[in-house]
Design a protein around this ligand. Sequence first.
Ligand code: ADP
Ligand code: GN1
Ligand code: MG
Length: 383
Amino acid sequence: MYLGSYTFNTLKDIVSQFNIQGEVKEINAYGSGHINDTFHIINAKSELPDYLLQRINSHVFENVAILINNIEIVTHHIKQKLSAWDGVDPNQQVLTLVRTSENKCYYQDNAGNYWRVYIFLKNTLSFDIVTTINQAREGGKAFGRFQALISDLNADLLGETIPDFHNIEKRLQKFKYVLDADPVGRSAYVAEETAFVLKRQEEMCSILNLGRAGKLPLRITHNDTKFNNVLLDADGKAQCVIDLDTVMPGYIAYDFGDAIRSIVNTAAEDEADTSKIDVNISLFKAFAIGFLKETANVLTDLEIKSLTIGTLLLPYMIGLRFLTDYLEGDIYFKTQSSDHNLQRARAQFQLLRKLEDNYEDLQRIVQTTTDEYRLTVPINNHL
Ligand code: ADP
Ligand code: GN1
Ligand code: MG
């Protein structure tokens, strides 16, 4: 078993700080996230739960107390609502944090690392690439339902776990600063990408500007709606939205756009051969159907219009973040090679070009799907 820089015994000691049931049998590194380190803790007693141990990246998340508090508020709110639904087991559909013997939901080790433990949801899978219409629809349903369930939660209750996370103006400022400072001598390699970024910079601020003008409501959003942050059950149905570290105030277009970025791409997020990258319109439609069935009656008309803008903004923003990290010397995202972040940025910008080519079609699909659900689904049908 590969445990990175940790040994089985170190991890077992950390797990023992939490109120877990049973006995640790095996520990395996798990998942393909770019930020945290994740381990699957297998219970010697198979009738008892397995656990998911995570080292929270405190370089990225500077205030772990706020982060954990946000997760507690959101998971509690959703569980309470789901407990009123027939045939739903809230503990299977929402993450459950395990407390430490000191009654906290995280543990800080002697080296200063922060750890948390969730109950592991057995017989679930997450996917980095979407291959079927069913997966896309279930992804839409999962993120749409997540939004509908928290739409009545007061955004003031939650803190910002990463300040200005989706503030594109600040992201652009930082990019320009790093490009100019050129700390690791890579600026010369990004002329084409820089021109691409600068050409679109004004239009990419439209959601931020609409929000500032009070035209888009600030909601609680997930802010990391990559498809691999949904767990599907053994029948391929959406079971649970995970990776709640960035749940904080935001605009709904961010969640729609980030999910679309990861779902409609015919290639991997970091595809080196950009000719393989295209937009799968059938997957877009399926995601929109799943998402809007849950949210058409929750979102305002302008929010609905903003969704397609979000499908352009999010690949732009994450491409810009990858590019900035490349210029900074790969200090934020986990990378597998020295030009991995540049390759990721190029792939996201290519996806954006393809989304731009299809923009009118995407807008039409969002609007017609919304109109259909506004006619057929009663308001607050499952809230
Ligand atoms: P990261 O921030 O690194 O992306 P995630 O919280 O998304 O970390 O977890 C990494 C992977 O672990 C997920 O893609 C998923 O496959 C798996 N995972 C996360 N939470 C659970 C859970 N409660 N039960 C089962 N698997 C999980
Ligand atoms: C990171 O943790 P993970 O892999 O789900 C990142 C997201 C990016 C994503 C790109 C906290 O998400 O913002 O969109 O990588 N998370 C953070 O794959 O920065
Ligand atoms: Mg994740």
